[in-house]
Design a protein around this ligand. Sequence first.
Ligand code: FE2
Ligand code: FE2
Length: 229
Amino acid sequence: MATHDLRDERPAHLVGAALERVRAVRPGQTVTLILAAEPSLLMASLNLQLRENLAWDIVEADGAWRVTVRHRGDVAPADVLALLVADHKRIDGLLARALGLLNRGVTAAAAPPLREFAAALRRHVAFEDGELAGSLGAARAAADEPPAIMLREHREIAQQLSLVEEALAAAVPDVSELAIYCAILSGTLAKHEYREEYNLFPVWRAVLMKRENHERVALLERARSALGI
Ligand SMILES: [Fe+2]
Ligand SMILES: [Fe+2]
């Protein structure tokens, strides 16, 4: 376990110095930071910059704050939005695996991860559209606000996914056509997930934090069963 004392770090350099120390935290590892000021906001900012890869505990003692930082994979997702971020990574991983196989021309081997990807993506989008848009607010959003952008992008994703599924269902799938459709969808998804994680989820998290704890727990449980993770 590495411990870094950042109490003498100048304020202008603190975020960069802390980011440098926690960036490399891998599953099974722990990094401890000692800080001179209450670090909740600092940790939230680092976590956002690292795609919500971090989990941490803060303890105050003798006028300093001790933060124990772990990889998010070592702890259960804290809320429904952290679970969705983990699901983004799982979905991205399945598509990357399928795309790698398609690019090597092995269509038969690419089919199972591609079917798993399509099913996971449909479950994910259905949960965001159905459960979250309803309970955390999207229907009332203006057209240029993050919830409305999400709903529009989901329709585009559904169309691109249908092209992939149709190409995969052909009697003899055309491997280059399939690879192109997958590559287009991969680009669309990367931008969509980025916008959700950086623009939409912070808005939804603020709504979520105003709810009772039992409501947050119930929503997390419904997400787990809907997404199958
Ligand atoms: Fe989405
Ligand atoms: Fe999402």
